[in-house]
Design a protein around this ligand. Structure first.
Ligand code: HEC
Ligand code: HEC
Length: 218
């Protein structure tokens, strides 16, 4: 990251030299600019250029996704985010966008990203409108399935267990299907048993309930 800043500064210096010549180069102001940018970066999400900006195009500003296909990252635990980025990079979880990207991330990048998204406050999924009868069916399946036992009270997630409340509908459905088909797995195999025991209609109902479940702001 420091290297990227230095490179950025070198490019700015070269550009200033090329345009105005050495006489007009105000090194003091340039240094001041760099310090101010560094300060702004420390306040929100690490050094400039910000790695988290790359994620925003799909996962939304501060990881609050506005798209049902892209998971919201805000408030997921740092452990869960780290595990998933490492899974994408090792190939044990696969996705055409995430796998190549995760491969380019160093351990330090992953730590910075995981800490950043874990700190953000998730918001209700207001861009999804559930079908009332599917939602009701999903609520019963989730209550009978004891999902809170692992995914936490109000399904807000903790440690290695992701938050499900307010997550994108299409994303949740695709993950339940992936667990059922064996395209995604986790060490205990519990999610495979749960997802494959549910019919495709049940999975839709579950995703519908979870996507529309309000975030517990406590
Ligand atoms: C081009 C779009 C795109 C960009 C850019 C992107 N992602 Fe993703 N990300 C996705 C998609 C799609 C998924 C869902 C993958 C799946 O279906 O398994 C995902 C999944 C994830 C997950 C797993 C979420 C979960 O609940 O299990 C994490 C963590 C993640 N991305 C982190 C990041 C980070 C950090 C960045 C920035 C460095 C980033 N992503 C940039 C599209 C993107
Ligand atoms: C024994 C613990 C356990 C129980 C019970 C459990 N889960 Fe999970 N679930 C997990 C773990 C662990 C993961 C993360 C797997 C990984 O690391 O890839 C997960 C992941 C998920 C995901 C993917 C979320 C994401 O962001 O990608 C969904 C959806 C999900 N569970 C739904 C459910 C539902 C619905 C129930 C109840 C019917 C349930 N789970 C019960 C342990 C559990």
């Amino acid at each position: 990251m420091k290297k990227a800043i230095l490179l950025g500064v070198a490019i700015i210096v070269a550009a200033l030299l090329a345009i105005w010549g050495p006489d007009l180069l105000d090194l003091y102001r340039l240094q001041n600019y760099v310090e101010t940018s560094n300060h702004a970066a420390e306040v929100d999400g690490g050094p400039w250029p910000r790695l988290t900006d790359v994620c925003a195009s799909c996962h939304g500003a501060q990881g609050k996704s506005q798209n049902q296909n892209y998971p919201s990252l805000a408030g997921q635990s740092a452990l869960y985010i780290t595990t998933q980025l490492k899974n994408f990079s090792s190939g044990s979880r696969s996705n055409p966008y995430m796998s190549p990207m995760a491969n380019t991330l160093s351990d330090a990048d992953i730590k910075l990203l995981a800490d950043y998204f874990a700190k953000q406050h998730p918001e209700n999924n207001t861009t999804y409108t559930p079908d009332p009868s599917a939602r009701e069916k999903g609520k019963k399946l989730v209550e009978n399935g004891a999902c809170v036992g692992c995914h936490g009270a109000q399904l807000m997630g903790h440690d290695g267990f992701p938050r499900l409340a307010g997550q994108g509908f299409d994303y949740l459905l695709s993950q339940l299907n992936n667990f059922a088909d064996g395209k995604r797995s986790e060490p205990t195999g519990v999610m495979k048993s749960i997802a494959s025991a549910a019919s495709p209609e049940d999975r839709k109902a579950i995703a519908s309930y979870l996507a529309s479940l309000a975030i517990d702001k406590k």
